[in-house]
Design a protein. Structure first.
Length: 554
């Protein structure tokens, strides 16, 4: 889930006095396995993470080392001119005055519970909210959508195997305190900026002409901030992708894909269309051979074989599916499972093409070898990267442009800020690899952070800028539990290896499909949605998929 309409954090250039002031640093990471951080200096020549001040004590460094105040990115050797500094201070004062006038929630008062602000409503954010101790903390969730999407089953909604409500879980159902506790809230808005010195986030409400002003802005003060803003689809700067392709990350994306698919099927039966135009209109192209692309291709081929041939018999022979991948499909799976998927998809009528997309035009794709692929529906599923909002933040960066975090999911150099999920990655100094953007990674990070917040609350109450040492305990460790993917026609893949190079159990076929369905059914958050999913599966099995198209022709 991405937070839209992002703007950069307003920050000031440091004064000379700032650059000469001492900073606070944690002990080197190799000796802090138990998570008890102090203010001792790291050994000479050894890298250490910038300070997380709320759990460290002060220590002076030589004058040539800059202070990590706020999130300033000015190099220590660069001193702005007096005129430039005066202009920036004036701009900062103007911005400060504007922000002070914004409505919103101020800092918590003595006697009130500390406030945790969560940005996002994806897997990481919702698992954290679900496990957060609301007897200790007040929670505020800020997101442009009021639900979590159960992404493993999202492809099934595109062809009517499942209904959209079956994969959408309201945030207030995941954490009831958001709607019942007097000081906990859900705000339908996008975060546009963060002031880490003032401990405030600045938000812009979802567009609505009924609000007092457009756009409507407000602020929320926090004791602890959790950034779980998700990621955006990667386009690799290929020309034409955004205006012509459909992504598959949100329920809205699935709705648009379903509308377009059914529209093309119905329009193709109109008289006067040439053979070439019918073939183009009914050619569905999927770019990206990861689990999402493969599962969507499998669902689409099953939809064509079972439903299109029966309900659109006049054009059934024109419908085709092409899957384009630069390398191998399902590259993280066992080689035997990859070969099984290749053979099964080909048997189901999916054409596998190895190539790189050079350009996307309104009616055709141009590959790097110059060949052209006409299409009527194009679904782009080539992975995810940092969102515009995440890129706008002046925070430490990990590989791939994510927000950099330490082993406890804290953002170094700023106080009381944590990041997790697809928008966060371990810093290079931690010696850890950036984890893949998977639902199980995000969910387990959210679970870990909720436990960590309980430990923090027991030791210092969870207040903002709390001083003194805090024993954080063991750092976050991720252990992969395996991967699964459906390939259509009651077949699936189950890869239970711990890593790509490890040995382990691998299954493919009908039994794997039963395991796939059972596993994901148990992972659906609420019993209500589990009931919906079972009913949808049974209805589809007995009566077929619903091919009604509701909405305008777009």
């Amino acid at each position: 889930m991405a937070l839209s309409r992002a703007t950069r954090i307003i920050r000031r250039q440091p004064l000379a006095a700032d650059l000469l002031s001492p900073i606070r640093v944690p002990s080197n990471t190799s000796s802090s396995r138990a998570g008890i951080l102090s203010g001792s200096l790291p050994p000479s020549g050894r890298q250490s993470l910038p300070p997380a001040r709320y759990i460290s004590t002060g220590a002076s460094l030589p004058n040539h080392v800059p202070s990590f105040r706020a999130i300033s990115t000015t190099p220590c050797h660069h001193f702005p001119s007096a005129e430039k500094m005066a202009e920036e201070e004036e701009e900062e004062e103007d911005e400060k005055e504007r922000r002070e006038m914004l409505p919103g929630l101020g800092m918590t008062k003595p006697g009130e519970k500390p406030r945790v602000v969560v940005l996002g409503s994806g897997w990481a954010a919702c698992r954290f909210l679900k496990d957060l101790d609301t007897e200790t903390y007040d929670a505020v969730c800020v997101s442009p959508r009021n639900h979590m999407v159960f992404t493993p089953l999202l492809a099934s909604t595109c062809v009517g195997t499942l209904e959209f409500r079956s994969v959408a879980e309201p945030v207030s159902r995941i954490q009831p305190a958001l709607s019942s506790s007097p000081n906990s809230y859900f705000f339908l808005a996008s975060c546009t900026g963060i002031d880490t010195r003032r401990h405030e986030v600045y938000c812009e409400a979802a567009p609505n002409s009924g609000l007092p002003s457009e756009p409507y802005r407000f602020k929320v003060a926090y004791d602890k901030l959790v950034i779980a803003a998700g990621a955006d689809p990667l386009t690799f700067n290929v020309k034409g992708v955004k205006p012509h392709a459909f992504f598959l990350r949100e329920v809205g994306h699935a709705q648009e894909i379903r509308k377009k698919l059914l529209l093309n099927l119905m329009l193709s039966e109109n008289p006067g269309l040439s053979e070439a135009e019918k073939k183009r209109l009914l050619h569905c192209v999927v770019v990206g051979g990861g689990p999402t692309g493969v599962e969507f291709s499998g669902e689409l081929s099953d939809f064509i074989m079972r439903d299109v041939r029966r309900r659109h018999s006049h054009v059934k022979d024109y419908v085709r599916v092409t899957l384009i991948e630069a390398n191998e499909i399902l590259s993280s799976f066992d080689v035997r499972l990859r070969q099984y998927a290749n053979n099964h998809l080909t048997k189901c009528g999916v054409r596998l093409v190895r190539g790189v997309v050079k350009e996307v035009q309104p009616r055709k794709i141009v590959l790097n070898d110059g060949s052209e692929v006409p299409y009527g529906l194009l679904v782009w599923s080539t992975g995810v990267g940092p969102s515009e909002f995440v890129r706008s933040l002046d925070l430490p960066r990990s590989a791939g442009g994510r927000i950099g975090v330490d082993e406890w999911l804290r953002v170094p150099s700023v106080e009381d800020v944590f990041a997790l999920g697809d928008c966060a990655g371990f810093l290079e100094q931690t010696g850890r690899q950036v984890l893949p953007a998977l639902a199980q990674v995000a969910e387990r990070e959210g679970k870990y952070l909720a436990v960590l917040f309980s430990k923090i609350a027991k030791q210092n109450g969870g207040r903002a800028s709390a001083t003194g040492e805090v024993a954080l305990g063991e750092p976050f460790v991720y252990k992969h539990r395996g991967s699964m993917a459906s390939v259509g026609r009651y077949k699936a893949l189950v890869d239970l290896r711990r890593s790509k190079d490890a040995k382990g159990l691998s299954l493919a076929g009908f039994v794997s499909w039963l395991i796939w369905r059972s596993a994901y059914l148990t992972r659906v958050v609420s019993w209500r949605n589990r009931f919906y999913v079972v009913v949808n599966w049974a209805t589809t099995l007995v009566f077929g998929r619903d091919n009604s198209r509701i909405g305008g022709c777009s």
